[in-house]
Design a protein around this ligand. Structure first.
Ligand SMILES: Cc1ncc(COP(=O)(O)O)c(C=O)c1O
Length: 387
């Protein structure tokens, strides 16, 4: 049994009731609860459209796929996409599955997000897409990235699976991308067991993603849509227009999502309070680099990086954390190029991934959650002070 876990449940009687409500209604496949959750989520972020999926990974897949089926300026196999060297595996997977060529950019050691100075130099005429990820609640430098992409007419794929609620320079995470994706897996800011959401303001992309989400058929498309003519009748029920998937959510996940969304602001405040305490404990501990908030950090977890000049051995730290029953992990999956999966990718590295590799070799994170963690954080503090 852990004394300090990576993630905690944020459910109470209300989520259990939500499940029972769906059972009572005896309708489980995609219907009014999914629609309702999509509408409320879009409104919360101030976006026009939302599409719920069965995970954040599926959200990334649909989003990237949709860019290939746009009428104008669609992506083509072999196009170059800029991505940070640090992210989760399924930020990258759809890029490979759709034949894009990755250009990896190093991260900044303090923010853990893409180094914008390097990004600025790396963007070229070949760049057809930029992938922005805000790591563990810390917003990336949206203002600079947005202005460069706008100037050059490059769309942004925003993977916001780790940073719901974050904001910087008046720009909210989840509003940056031509589409922005979210995850509602257990440990995330809101949790629907499994679940994901794409938001966009682009009606054509919205329609393409609705079709891709369910078999590539037309059934879920509004009558007035820019991708196909909808006719009534027998053949319209099974009319396939795109090479789609089935990554729909169930009504149960969406009904839970509706409850979780009402708790989001309160849970964000609790995360913020925990983050403040964590920073009070470790900001002046010169053995570690702790993440520097770039605006409002919605604090998914607490990453810690052992400084080069500290005399700490990482093995010793990991042993002490284990002994104290504190759960910890590699920061967001670590450096992409340290994983064997890279052999399937077509990629290049802009200059180097020195910082990304450094955090892969010397970083770890411990959990944050939507309730008070002062007891757990004091265990962490005592454990690390002792070393
Ligand atoms: C940056 C990022 N993208 C995508 C995902 C995938 O989300 P899911 O687990 O819901 O598939 C994660 C998962 O934590 C993530 O951290």
């Amino acid at each position: 049994m852990y004394k300090y876990k990576l993630a905690y449940s944020s459910w109470d009687k209300r989520e259990v009731k939500a499940i029972h409500d769906v059972i009572k209604k005896d309708h489980y496949t995609i219907a009014e609860n999914v629609k309702n959750f999509e509408e409320k989520f879009a409104k919360k972020l101030g976006r026009k459209y939302a599409i719920m999926t069965n995970s954040g990974s599926s959200a990334n897949l649909l989003g990237v796929a949709s860019l290939f089926y746009k009428k104008k300026n669609s992506l083509k196999r072999g196009d170059e996409v800029i991505v940070p060297g640090l992210s989760w595996s399924t930020t990258y997977s759809p890029l490979q599955q759709y034949g894009l060529k990755l250009k990896l950019i190093d991260i900044d050691l303090n923010s853990l997000n893409m180094d914008v100075k390097k990004f600025e130099k790396a963007v070229s005429k070949k760049t057809k897409l930029v992938c922005v990820v805000s790591i563990l609640g810390n917003p990336a430098n949206f203002k600079v990235i947005r202005s460069i992409c706008k100037k050059k007419g490059i769309p942004i794929f925003e993977d916001n699976c780790e940073s719901l609620g974050a904001e910087t320079d008046g720009i909210r995470a989840g509003t940056l991308g031509i589409f922005s994706t979210h995850s509602f897996f257990f440990s995330h800011h809101i949790s629907t067991i499994e679940g994901g959401m794409i938001v966009t303001d682009d009606y054509e992309l919205f329609c393409i993603m609705r079709s891709l989400r369910a078999h590539g058929w037309t059934r879920d498309l509004p009558k007035n849509n820019p991708i196909t003519n909808i006719k009534k009748g027998f053949y319209e029920e099974y009319k396939f227009i795109l090479p789609g998937y089935n990554v729909r959510s169930t009504e149960i996940n969406a009904r839970i999502g509706l409850v979780q969304l009402t708790k989001l602001d309160k849970m964000l405040r609790a995360r913020e309070k925990n983050l403040k305490l964590f920073r009070d404990y470790f900001l002046n501990d010169d053995r570690f680099i702790i993440q520097k908030p770039y605006g409002y950090n919605s604090s998914f977890c607490f990453p810690m990086i052992i400084r080069k000049d500290s005399k700490l051995s990482k093995i010793k730290i990991y042993k002490a954390l284990k002994k104290a029953k504190i759960q910890f992990r590699l920061i967001t999956g670590g450096s992409f190029l340290k994983h064997q999966v890279k052999k399937y990718f077509n990629y290049s590295v802009y200059e180097n991934l020195k910082n990304t590799d450094y955090i892969h070799n010397n970083g770890f994170f411990v959990g944050n959650t939507g309730h008070d963690l002062s007891k757990e954080l004091s265990i962490l503090k005592k454990t690390l002070v002792k070393i």
